[in-house]
Design a protein around this ligand. Sequence first.
Ligand code: PBG
Length: 333
Amino acid sequence: MTYPPRAPFPATRLRRVRSHDWSRRLVRENSLSVDDLIWPLFVFNGSGSQEIPSLPGVLRWGTDEIVDVAKRAVDLGIPAIALFPATEPGLKNEEATEAFNENNLVCRVTREIKKAVGDQLGVILDVALDPYSSHGQDGLVENGVVMNDETNAVLRQQALVQARAGCDVIAPSDMMDGRIGEIRSALDDHGFANVQVMSYAAKFASAFYGPFRDAVGSAASLGAADKKTYQQSPSQSDEAIHEVALDLAEGADSVMVKPGMPYLDIVARVKQTFGVPTFAYQVSGEYAMLRGAADAGWLDGQAVMLESLLAFKRAGADGILTYFAADAAEALA
Ligand code: PBG
């Protein structure tokens, strides 16, 4: 057998397609658009806004401001927001009863927002007890143990008051076993068959949630306790696939991986394995890390923001929950 003469080295020069902007655009494999963004927003019962020291540039919005912020999301073209309440300490108790009060803060605010923006913006509400419990855990606690099935019964009630308030997507972030099926059946039984369920399916017991716990005020309640008996260990990968498989079987419309950047391997595996709508949460600690370094002048804030969000797309995420959503939407406009 004869071989053709070998081309002079190097025959392949990858730099050729990189050498012009038009060519880089033509070969681009992944891109970020405003359609990929979900904006998490914190609300409190009061007026104006409050700063959150561990989340520079992110505010807690008062009930008189949040509707305007939602309208801003619409103007920016952001498809959906995720609302998180900072509950007044006096309303927290062991049983987290405020979670299923149909006039609680997130329910009131959701009604106002939906009245103002209608179908121009999706409203996503978290299901978990930590913003409402005096112990800061996501579930009911008995003798120091977070009770699974008892918690699910309460989560059903929480999901129902949120659906009645008009939220479009229920996002269970509690990591109880079987909660997606419980919530799906509760919604279906009460006329909410069209309310979506976005499961925080692969949620890890992460130290990157710190600033969020400051923002909603659960850090003080939680104290030195952790969530390792229900959130996954950072060492796990197959277990995340198992979690996603169960949540899909129980009726989840979409799944989420959380945190984001340190878990892009999980995002990629989930998307490749299941081919379902897959979201990633660039959580508070990830935002604080990038934002803090940018504020100190160590990183180019806009560049790392866009690069980090594009990395989620490359990993296979269909969308990203990010505190940078409004900044990114502006940068992309
Ligand atoms: C509540 C919840 C948490 C986050 C979203 N929903 C915190 C936690 O599980 O302790 C974290 C989001 C973030 O850090 O930005 N279950």
